[in-house]
Design a protein around this ligand. Sequence first.
Ligand code: NAP
Length: 243
Amino acid sequence: MNKIALITGASRGIGAATAIKLASKGYKVCINYIRNSKAAASVCDSINELGGTAISFKADVSKQQEVRRLFSYIQTELGEVTHLVNNVGILFTKTDFTQITAERFSEILNTNVMSAFLCSQEFVKRGDSQCAIVNVSSAAARTGSPFEYLDYAASKGALDTLTKGLSVELASKNIRVNAVRPGFIETDIHSDGGEPDRVKRLSSQIPMGRGGSAQEVANTIAWLLSEEASYVTGSFIDVAGGK
Ligand code: NAP
């Protein structure tokens, strides 16, 4: 079977590691990104140089028109997407609840939840070769991230609910829908929150005593997408070192 994976937000971090992992397992991959074309090209190059097949496409996946353009481009270049990783997620400077504006809350929900909804809908609408979706949630969905990222945590809670409902709606079509919930993972996202060294600071609170790598999350995503997980749907895997 021709396996074609779309990984949203794959120019950096967990998305990039997932694209590289899937390419090593024989998937043709599309690296989606929003701004950083240099980083996206570098992920593509590293895959193509190793004999894999990767393309990149700039699209804001919180916007329906751009999602449609993204899927059409992949269809033309590689064929229909068979495996989808809804990885895009953003956060803003950590702050307590009273300082979160309505605009900020709305932007977080729009990017973190709407993107997964739109991409999943487009994915399912486009034929009958689709196999699996993995949503990248967060341990924040369990903790609520009080005093730091309540808006972000709420968006991940919504993503978990979307995962559950979608897994049931799509089960009879044989499309599996699961989620991973990473804990503290070393990526650029912590700089966006205003604390690049966040993972180091919090390491002592993690039962395994360290933060995780993007590669460790990618390995779990790749397993959930694979045939080895053929009877797994509507499930959530914490990739959080015991936290
Ligand atoms: P990251 O390093 O900050 O990378 C974010 C990626 O998303 C980049 O490729 C960025 O593209 C892309 N992006 C952002 N908004 C986009 C949009 N609207 N449309 C298309 N692409 C967009 O993030 P990360 O830490 O790898 O996080 C990946 C996922 O894991 C997120 O859902 C995050 O919530 C989740 N997660 C992360 C952690 C952690 O500790 N790192 C923990 C729990 C959950 P550009 O390069 O073009 O900017």
